[in-house]
Design a protein around this ligand. Structure first.
Ligand code: GDP
Ligand code: MG
Length: 598
């Protein structure tokens, strides 16, 4: 294919605005997949995998398209991950494109992730083509939403494409517009090889499969390649394109998109954002901005049964093969025994992994409250990071503790502005900006401690805005704050796995809430249980679980869980999950109680 006839593009959208549906419809309208295939897509993929011995992932596909001008084009649709936790991967996928279809739900309008995605697309110099979706719905307001896009994003919407991704209405026109408006790739096809990795995953037959866009030069099957970030060299054993099934190809030149296998054993040897080059004729300008993805949120994961440690370990190993962002290392807790400290990109990533461990690997887990990374400076001047509150040195040895801050944009109907401001202030936020996007929608910008987000921000925001807010955030820097460790003692024994780091001004409140919450979830036992919360040696809250009297068994269970979080709802069924602390039986909910504000 000559570059003139190639179009590399992504679909970007706020969640639920119809990205996946539109991708399916495009594949169908271009004849890439038939109706039958669509129905059996899952099955087909499984069969194909077995046939070809390669996993097909995501919706990054090469689509041959004959345009109305009679010319044959190759459209490379490049998939982007759908969640804020994966914003770096999104940015790399966009970097592999020349244009983006900006899908906006015509019944909704511009949301936080619409904007975040647009900014990322513009950062990557993409041609952004706005598309109004769901125009089949009676509640669609194409004129209003088009105006909103024009006002808020500043893209001309006079002849905006209107589609129904569901029915297919307007999709053909959209494809014509795409070919017209998205520029073809440019790039020296004869220069040294320079290809950007925008996705990679582990395949049990082929090792790591790498998806890339050739920016300059060409890559041939059988040649040796080198990863710029690690310097490691591999021989290409398989080169191809997904269309949608994997199809072998001899070479790919600048502007083209494809996959390669090269007996790469570990995902970290082919990381998203890295540049592939030719070791014999290396590029002198690897693609800029390579970042090793770093976990931001940590928690302890422990097997309920000590005997299941090895099962958990091998489950984590398997998951990590396909998830370079998942981090884990062995950890021991006095309260919980042998387990793992696990790191995640964000809360959603954490929930997904916990769910997969339980569903796919039948691992019964006890999870501790998530923590961010704190930067501690000791009085001797040494600075280091901790991701586990129980590793905090004693107060008298600490000079300062810094915590990560995020910049957050919240989009909300103006009726809820007061509530959102109240919440952000309560969360130690610093207001940066507030502007009316339209006469009824407001964008509120705050800088907030990440730990407050991890605590209960999403649930609170949802409840104070009746679910009408959308948000986007990124971690920006570390700031010193007056932070202390809040310890929990049960019958005078500190429970290491329950310690949390909190702002001093919140310590008393959080300590009381935590002790009360524990009182509600810890059953009465044959003896008295004293629950205390303490900062250093100072006890700030105390609760007592009175001993069980004879005949009182049925009602001794006080677990009133009102929290909506999926993560915690799941814990209801986990009431069986107990850990013995000395002589006290502590249920799973107790370890997550630190998350709850009620
Ligand atoms: P994504 O999160 O952006 O990938 O959104 P999806 O493609 O999963 O779509 C979210 C929901 O909107 C699904 O229930 C779709 O069936 C629905 N949907 C998507 N496009 C349309 C459309 O054009 N019309 C209607 N009525 N529903 C749509
Ligand atoms: Mg989707």
């Amino acid at each position: 294919a000559t570059q003139e006839n190639i179009r590399n593009f992504s679909i970007i959208a706020h969640i639920d605005h119809g990205k996946s549906t539109l991708a399916d419809r495009i594949m169908e309208k271009t004849g890439l997949i038939s109706d039958r295939q669509k129905k059996d897509q899952y099955l087909d993929r499984m069969e194909l995998e077995q046939e070809r011995g390669i996993t097909i992932k995501a919706q990054s596909v090469r689509i041959p398209y004959k345009a109305k001008d009679g010319r044959d084009y190759i459209l490379n649709l490049i998939d982007t991950p759908g969640h804020v936790d994966f914003s770096y991967e999104v940015s790399r996928s966009l970097a592999a494109c020349d244009g983006a279809l900006l899908v906006v739900d015509a019944t909704q309008g511009v949301e936080a992730q619409t904007l975040a995605n647009v900014y990322m697309a513009l950062d990557n110099d993409l041609e952004v083509l706005p598309v109004l979706n769901k125009i089949d719905l009676p509640s669609a307001e194409p004129e209003r939403v088009a105006e909103e896009i024009e006002e808020v994003i500043g893209i001309d919407c006079t002849d905006i494409v209107k589609v129904s991704a569901k029915s297919g209405l307007g999709v053909e026109e959209l494809l014509e517009r795409l070919v017209e408006r998205v520029p073809p790739p440019k790039g020296d096809t004869e220069g040294p090889l320079k290809a950007l990795i925008f996705d990679s995953w582990y395949d049990s037959y082929q090792g790591v499969v790498v998806l890339f866009r050739v920016l300059e030069g060409r890559v041939k099957n059988g040649q040796r390649v080198q990863m710029c970030a690690t310097g490691k060299k591999f021989e290409v054993t398989k080169l191809g394109v997904f269309s949608p099934e994997p199809t072998d190809i001899k070479q790919l030149a600048a502007g083209e998109v494809g996959f390669l296998c090269a007996a790469i054993k570990e995902l970290k040897d082919a990381q998203v954002g890295d540049t592939i080059t030719d070791p014999d004729n290396p590029t002198n300008s690897p693609f800029p901005g390579f970042k090793t993805i770093k976990p931001m949120v940590f928690c302890g994961l422990y097997p309920v049964e000590p005997g299941e440690y090895d099962t958990l370990k091998s489950a984590l190993e398997k998951l990590q093969l396909n998830d370079a962002a998942l981090y884990y290392e062995p950890e021991t807790s006095q309260a919980l025994g042998f387990g793992f400290r696990c790191g995640f990109l964000g809360l959603l990533h954490m929930e997904v992994i916990q769910e997969r461990l339980e569903r796919e690997f039948q691992a019964k887990l006890i999870a501790t409250a998530p923590s961010v990374i704190y930067r501690v400076t000791r009085i001797d001047g040494v600075t280091f990071d901790i991701d586990n509150p129980s590793n905090l040195p004693p107060q008298e040895k600490i000079q300062s503790i810094a915590e990560p801050f995020v910049r957050m944009e919240i989009h909300v109907p103006n009726d809820y502005v007061g509530n959102v401001l109240g919440l952000c202030e309560e969360k130690r936020g610093i207001q940066k900006d507030m502007r009316y996007m339209t006469s009824t929608r407001v964008v509120i910008s705050y800088e907030l401690p990440f730990s407050e987000i991890v605590y209960d921000f999403f649930d609170r925001l949802k409840s104070v805005t009746k679910g009408f807010a959308s948000l986007d955030y990124e971690v920006i820097d570390y700031r010193v704050a007056d932070l202390v460790k809040l310890d929990v003692l049960i019958n005078s024994e500190p429970v290491d796995a329950m310690a949390v780091i909190v702002h001093r001004s919140n310590a008393a409140y959080r300590g009381r809430a935590l002790a009360l919450k524990l009182k509600r979830v810890i059953h009465r036992q044959l003896f008295e249980i004293i629950i205390q919360a303490a900062v250093g040696s100072k006890i700030i809250a105390r609760e007592r679980v009175s001993p069980m009297r004879k005949n009182v068994t049925a009602k001794c269970y006080g677990g009133d869980i009102t929290r909506k979080r999926k993560l915690l709802e799941k814990q209801k069924e986990g009431k069986k999950r107990m850990k013995r602390m000395g002589s006290v039986e502590i249920p799973q909910e107790a370890f997550l109680a630190a998350l709850q504000s009620d």
